[in-house]
Design a protein around this ligand. Sequence first.
Ligand SMILES: [Zn+2]
Length: 325
Amino acid sequence: MSDAAEQYILGIDIGASRTSFGLVSLEGKIFHPEIITSKVEGKLLADRVLEVAAGILDRAKAEGKKVLGIGIGCPGIVNSAEGMVVAAGNLPELFGARLRDIFAQKFRLPVFLENDVNADAVGEMVFGVARGQKNFVVFSLGTDLGGGIVADGRLHRGANFIAAEFGHLTLDLSGRQCVCGGYGCAREYVSGAGLADRGREELPIGSLALQMVGGDREKLTSKEIFAAWQKGDPDATRLVDEFGKRFGALVANVMKVLDPELVVLAGGVCRAVPELVNLVVRWTRHYYFPIPKLPEFCLSRFTKEDAVLGPAAVFMIEHKIHQPK
Ligand SMILES: [Zn+2]
């Protein structure tokens, strides 16, 4: 019989731009990491994911590694009870895909499918900065803004698997329509793409962030805006202050509903600009109750490759391989 150290979960994190793979040990070590581009002309993402997964599982077999199952994280609304992607705004080809059954039939392994940021939250609880925490929230800030809630030590999915859609909380009553059908959603302001849009609309000609992309507004991303902000540029500072205010108001709203002990800031934008933590704390304090003690705020330590830890951790919890303490 193999001992726990030789058992692994294949973790797959499907993203709008990149999809990550890795064989995750029960202690959270990642082997055979691979990252592919999610969108390739003329090829179906699900087929390519199956192909890469097959390659990693073959290597595991050759090395005598026992794979207990597959955990998959996917953006959008994911019905984890049925293992189906209900809707995925950024990856329409996955609408209605019964990924759990497709993978289970192909590889003859148990599979668990979960929303990507929900999976991140479980990953933080099992392997990350939220170890031992029972009430916390995750804000995942990248191109888009996602959320995850752990309440009383359990992932909170809601009645229709749409809990923790922090990016679609209304922040502006007269805001524009969002892809979700609502208006003035947080992600229009508090996300990498949202900040870049604001920059395109509001930065005056010749301002530092625009100079960094040769004056071409279409090429502007949040990266240049944050870089100009870090250099003290007044136009970028105005934009980032507004971004911080809205982010703080959003976090304060979520805290008033859930009263967490920890707020985890994750995702590519937070990784690239760790100073955001202070900005968010400052504005959260402004919009929150005037009590002396805020919950702890901390930056996720996960890298892009670590994205596979969440789906693997969800599998471990759901199959009772890992019991939360
Ligand atoms: Zn929305």
